[in-house]
Design a binder for this molecule. Structure first.
Ligand code: GLY
Ligand code: MN
Ligand code: MN
Length: 532
């Protein structure tokens, strides 16, 4: 009898453990997140504190919120996926009575009723047990927790949203600004301009950078930005000695959000092995989705249905979300860079530009393929397609440690300009900017457009290579080119001497794309009742 009881208990335990275990087993570990906090602490200057808030929830419809998405920085440092939280990371140990601590985490309170409506919460105890924080409290304890922010030489924090109202996030931000005696928010335009001057992953030459600042000052209605003494110093005396002086001053007295982003981006721009594993999974499954959609596509389909096939494949492989709103644009719609209506009911015999990729455990892929819905490029479409393909092929060899980031776009622009000239679409190389209107690359990771500070490629950075040509109707060229839009976008890991293309499961060469569209797809056998 006794034995049978033990057996029953054993079976029940095994069953409940296996039920609990049917969750993904490849999440980042608490040790990973703790390691990232330690790495940040090492970079922080003496006597400083870094403050990271959760993203707020946002309304989708009346009493329904958008699916919640955590602030990637907070996820990176904690693994926490809920709103109503603030993390404090101290450079040095702090003391309260006999306790010494170098981090504090205030998180959303548990609430049985709310949890039955909107989902489980970790609470402070769960954060201690599952995420390994020794000092975790509920967010309502933050206001009265004795942290003397005024004693720190630097408080690093990102720009704070100013529309949070009186909810928990609003109260947390208010408590922080009061405790830290912050009377005005950090100016995001100034912080962005400073970052461009210091890091210059964007235009590397001085004239281009000053032009960007002047354009910003004339288009953004913000008097503080327009009158910033350091930016004006450079605009009034645009030479490299002034730039060096301004950069030195910016670094000597970093504003909170500028300093914050320098620190955090310098970590996030280099991926750890754990992050690379998740990115590899996210990109591979997204590339497989592109291959599947190529097999399935036909002229009868709608843009919406194509988007749906992508999402189905992503979810089939366990991706929680899309990395960004999917872009599925047939014909002229491909010319709109971030076209997300995706509402054309029949893609017909047009090219379809599909910039769609998943988010897996927080890590976003970013892949674009442009394919003929009827399986065959016209010769004009193929001419543009091959040109964009050649630009990618010319950029890949540069994707290795030591290459200035700006060289990638320079190379892509050069190849595209020559090709457009050869095709007679432009008469002067500088007019390439009529048809190639974005950059070739950006970092990717927890944000699809990830943070970065280093202007030179380093091993284990992950970036996109995404040249494109867009020829809207009415462009000053032979109308036969009008409405052709092609972008090809792949994701690569930077190595010491070369790169690894992570998205290679998605055919890229025109002939391979055509061959893939000729294959049969499981989607072709799906049939549903027709709606009246
Ligand atoms: N999907 C947005 C981009 O390619 O940057
Ligand atoms: Mn991209
Ligand atoms: Mn993209």
């Amino acid at each position: 009898m006794q034995k049978i009881n033990i057996l029953i208990v054993l079976i029940a335990t095994t069953l409940s453990v296996s039920a609990q275990n049917s969750l993904p087993d490849d999440y980042l570990t608490k040790e990973f997140h703790a390691g990232r906090r330690d790495a940040l602490r090492k970079l922080m200057p003496a006597n400083s504190v870094t403050v990271v808030f959760a993203y707020p929830e946002r309304v989708f419809s009346r009493d329904v919120n958008y699916p919640y998405h955590q602030n990637p920085d907070l996820y990176y440092f904690t693994g926490y996926k809920e709103p109503d939280a603030v993390l404090l990371i101290f450079k040095e140990d702090q003391h309260r009575g006999d306790t010494a601590y170098n981090e504090l985490f205030f998180v959303r309170k548990r609430n049985a009723l709310q949890e039955q409506w909107t989902g489980r919460r970790l609470g402070a105890e769960g954060v201690q047990q599952k995420l390994g924080f020794k000092y975790a409290y509920t967010s309502d304890e933050f206001k009265n927790y004795p942290v003397d922010f005024t004693k720190f030489s630097n408080i690093f924090y990102d720009n704070l949203p100013d529309d949070l109202g009186s909810g928990t996030m609003g109260s947390l931000v208010k408590a922080f600004t009061e405790k830290a005696h912050i009377t005005k928010p950090d100016n995001k335009y100034i912080a962005q301009a400073y970052s461009m001057l210091v890091n210059s992953t964007t235009p590397s030459n001085l004239a281009a950078r000053i032009k960007r600042i002047k354009t910003g000052m004339s288009t953004v209605d913000d008097s503080e930005y327009k009158n910033d003494p350091l930016l004006l110093q450079l605009v009034n005396q645009p030479d490299s000695a002034t730039l060096a002086d301004v950069v030195r001053k910016i670094k000597e007295h970093p504003s909170p959000s500028f300093g914050y982003n320098q620190l955090v981006a310098s970590l996030r721009e280099i991926k750890t092995p754990e992050e690379l594993a998740l990115l590899r999974k996210s990109v591979t499954l997204s590339a497989v989705a592109h291959a599947e959609v190529m097999r399935a596509i036909n002229e009868e389909m709608s843009e919406t249905e194509i988007e749906g096939m992508f999402e189905y494949v992503h979810k089939k492989y366990g991706a929680e979300a899309e990395g960004y709103p999917p872009i599925v644009g047939a014909g002229a719609n491909g010319c709109i860079l971030h076209y997300i209506e995706n509402n054309v009911t029949r893609v017909d015999n047009q090219l379809v530009l599909m910039d769609v990729a998943s988010e897996y455990h927080g890590y976003s892929a970013d892949i674009t393929r442009t394919i003929p819905a009827n399986g065959k490029f016209t010769s004009d479409q193929k001419a543009i397609y091959d040109l964009v393909y050649n630009a990618q092929e010319a950029v890949f060899p540069l994707c290795k440690e030591g290459t200035p980031f700006s060289s990638l776009n320079e190379k892509a622009t050069e190849v595209l300009a020559e090709g457009l000239l050869d095709l007679g679409i432009i008469k002067d190389k500088k007019d390439v900017s009529l048809y190639y209107i974005h950059g070739c690359s950006h970092h990717m990771g927890l944000d699809v457009h990830d943070k970065s500070v280093t202007p030179v490629l380093q091993q284990n950075m992950v970036i996109t290579v995404e040249p494109g040509i867009y020829i809207p109707k009415g462009s000053p060229c032979d109308p036969k080119w009008w409405d052709i839009a092609v972008r090809i976008e792949d994701d690569v890991v930077i190595g010491k001497a070369d790169c690894e293309i992570l998205s290679k499961a998605a055919p890229r060469k025109a002939s391979d794309v055509e061959a893939m569209t000729a294959k049969k797809s499981p989607f072709n056998n799906m049939s549903f009742p027709s709606l009246k």
